[in-house]
Design a protein around this ligand. Sequence first.
Ligand SMILES: NC(=O)C1=CN([C@@H]2O[C@H](COP(=O)(O)OP(=O)(O)OC[C@H]3O[C@@H](n4cnc5c(N)ncnc54)[C@H](O)[C@@H]3O)[C@@H](O)[C@H]2O)C=CC1
Ligand SMILES: O=C(O)CCC(=O)C(=O)O
Length: 527
Amino acid sequence: MYKVLVTDNISDLGLSTLVEAPEVKVVKKTGLTLNELLIEIEDADALLVRSQTQVTAEVLEKAHKLRVIGRAGVGVDNIDIEAATKRGIIVMNAPDGNTISTAEHTFAMLISLSRNIPQAYRSTVNGEWKRKEYVGVELNGKTLSIIGLGRIGAELAQKAKAFRMNIVAFDPYLTLDRAEELGVQKASFEDAIRAGDFISVHTPLTKQTRHLINSDVFHQMKDGVRILNCARGGIIDEHALVGAIQSGKVAGAALDVFEQEPPAPDHPLFVLPQVIVTPHLGASTVEAQENVAIDVAEEVLHVLKDEPFKNAVNLPSLSAELQKKIGPYLPLVEKLGKFSSQLATGAVQRMVISYGGEVADLEVSALTRALLSGVLSQHLDGINQVNAPHVAKNRGIEVLEQKASVSHGFTQLITVDITTSRGNTSVSGTLLNGFGARITKVNGYSVDVVPEGHILHITHQDQPGVVGKVGTILGNDKVNIATMQVGRETIGGQAIMLLGIDKGIDDAALANLRECGVVNGVQVIEL
Ligand SMILES: NC(=O)C1=CN([C@@H]2O[C@H](COP(=O)(O)OP(=O)(O)OC[C@H]3O[C@@H](n4cnc5c(N)ncnc54)[C@H](O)[C@@H]3O)[C@@H](O)[C@H]2O)C=CC1
Ligand SMILES: O=C(O)CCC(=O)C(=O)O
């Protein structure tokens, strides 16, 4: 039974996928203190959060069983992704479900800001009638500069265009074609900042975007500019914003998010009448909350059930089409990794993974991760595809991926060459149409081995009687041989034997084999 811990308010309708799954127990506990969270997380297999729960390295330290963190929403800045990655925990979000709601909220803020609606409401219900004080500005013909033209930025652009605003956008990944398609003017950051009558930020909060809008940037803006932040507190330097409003540079600001949430009641922005605020409500609609909860619950369940999943933020994203294409290769590369690492002796220093034939036409990074995970998990605990590259890097293991069109007669061929402190090991494998994975070459010897179960790898001199002697010794020790493959360099030269045996071999039988006088080495490979 998998424990899925839910620590923020996530839509019950969305969670129903998990509640109804027989292998899952959903534990919903919101408003936990840090100490309570540290206890609850210990036996959780999955954690579901929104933006409130702070998933820090300290929390993850106690998460002994955790496989996946699902964020019902977009921003993952409340999760220590690096710490999760090191521990092999998949972090996934639900990027699509709240785009419309957040763009609509931003637009609501834009109109409220231009017409002073919150201020006028408060004044009017307080018995005042200040028609002169709340004269606004039209959106029609004004320029809206959007910083970060992703899902929400692009959706906002469409809404603003319907109000006949000119849209100028800066986004490092914005192409001219995309800008044209959206009917927006692509600009540099500086030009977008200078052009805007309204400036709205829609980037994630990262090291690069923290205080992206600071006092230097405010200086470059038009006098009387109006600022919106419905993305993340911290993208705008709040201290600099206070100064820019007080100096008259900025005529107004609409904020849904804050550097610290909830902000202190005496926040200096709250005493400025030009500032309107909401308590991080961008995605707070019935529809968005159902959408993101359904999306994240489905993907978390896929992870728990070892099924293909999407939207992991600490794994390269794979399209459904690519997942379908590489899926059949995953068991092969995992077995290649396990086989080669059990054969290789000494500390691994370098791995070269070569993809030949049809597989070379695919994006293979997911296969490299799976193979690497197979190699490293031989000697290390808790390795998976999420943390394998990180662990390899930390241990100074060089991992190279190469592609070739040649595949030595096979439709596709994957070879792993491992260099250790004691020498080199090379293992190749393929997928035989309809017959699954095969090991086709071991250290230069051609073989045809199904990579499954218990395999004995025996090196010996090619001479009459070796096969019989090995068979007799194993027979005497009640080890049944299921399959046998031999390969040799030349007649009478170095040779290998790969024996598939029905069950594991005990130490005494192994010692008898090693001491029989006709074999040079024996390794047991468990797949
Ligand atoms: N207020 C709320 O309730 C919500 C807030 N958000 C916030 O909105 C942000 C954006 O969400 P989406 O549009 O769905 O994400 P997205 O990933 O589709 O778009 C973000 C865009 O920002 C761009 N970007 C990154 N660094 C940049 C920089 N230095 N300058 C300019 N552009 C940069 C990216 O290239 C990308 O196109 C999220 O990261 C999240 O923090 C999202 C949903 C709800
Ligand atoms: O969970 C929420 O309501 C916050 C949404 C949000 O900020 C996000 O999706 O990034």
